[in-house]
Design a protein around this ligand. Sequence first.
Ligand SMILES: *Cc1c(COP(=O)(O)O)cnc(C)c1O
Length: 465
Amino acid sequence: MADAPLAPQRMHTYDERVTRLVLDYVHSRLSIPETPLDHPGQKAEVDAILDGLITVGGRDAADVLKLYDEHLSQTVLSADSPRYWAFIPAAPTKAALLFDMVVSAASLQGISWLEAAGAVAAENQALRWISDAAGLPQTAGGAFVSGGSAGNLSALVVARDTGRRKLVERDGEQARYQRLRVVVSDQAHSSIKNTLSILDVDPLVVRTPDHRFTGGALQAALDADDDPSSIVAVVATSGTTNAGIIDDLRGIGTIARERGLWFHVDGAYGGAGLFAPSARHHYDGIELVDSFIVDPHKWLFAPYDCAALIYREPWLAKAVHTQDASYLDAIHHDDGAYEWNPTDYAYHLTRRARGLALWFSLVVNGTQAYTDAIEHTIGLTHQVADDIRATEHLELIREPSLGVVLFRRTGWTAEDYDAWSAKLLREQKAFVTSSSWEGEVVGRFAFLHPGTTLDMVREVLAETA
Ligand SMILES: *Cc1c(COP(=O)(O)O)cnc(C)c1O
């Protein structure tokens, strides 16, 4: 008989001690009342910790976990801290975090109905909640993908190919080689620019004097263009990342319909505002979309990574994204029974059933809890704006929408903002990073966590005196 340590399945054998260790760690992490921000890391330091760690024979799990807890995790800024207001924070619910562990423990293969019917149906129930909030037809659907960038890419591939197909139907085979274009605003997220470059599609960039893309601006750009037939789609944003601005979805969508252009809305950050009655009117016209994304890992309180990608006519996406391979034939037998293969709706094959954490939390907590948490952020943002307006040396740059506040500290240079930011992080009061607005370096807060309080923000604003 071989020695026990040499058994090939020894890594796969249940180990009570290691299980306890890890679950205890998770338990203590989840029970911290306020997740600490922690600190940035220096390369030399983390390199020294990691040096030589991987060995032929392995190490004791307790030692490795201790090293992670005491050293590595201290150099990871916690996006789910209620004091994290840089970029776009995260605030996963406890239920969602816990269920994410269930998903990991179950090794769900979220590709197909055949492999994971119950999981796919539950994910689709969560997608339906989003789709209904946007007012899309019951036939709308899609899949959860890794992030907004993956969602934008997957949707715009369908937009391009659908547009190309229509052009070929109209103009014949030569249209297959025509260069295509997509209308975007100068405020579109960086992932849109990258997507168009990957797709080898040219952007028609519309300037937005007021940072908000409108139907009027789209109309003017189309009227002024000398090759409108090469344009296949238009992208609007429902909540710009830098300022939370929601484009004129009704105006843009109406023109897109009239012109037969694919209408994609990037709501990666701001799409969650659909669930806030106080903000819902800003999204008027969203029901006109051909495709729409929202990142539950941002303002819908899901763990990383999770983006919802929804199509008005999912069969168009299926025609583009379905992967054809003999070994996959078994998942594609369409016998008329309900069958939904998430793999068919985006650029991916193997996928984590990443929508399940959102689904579990939504079912457990109920939709009102989501609405209340989102409204809390919007309310806090208005209070902070009032405070800034009332402070002599601070200026509000624009009336905030959603959870983003841009402001100016009169007299400050980029270095002053940096010094302020570094001190706040050192003292663990907040993680903030400056941004730019019309060429000027400005202060920016992005609120999202329902645990963020006005007192926390006041403490930070006081440091600008
Ligand atoms: C965050 C964001 C993205 C990118 O999403 P990822 O999940 O980071 O890939 C795209 N668009 C907007 C408007 C965003 O806020």
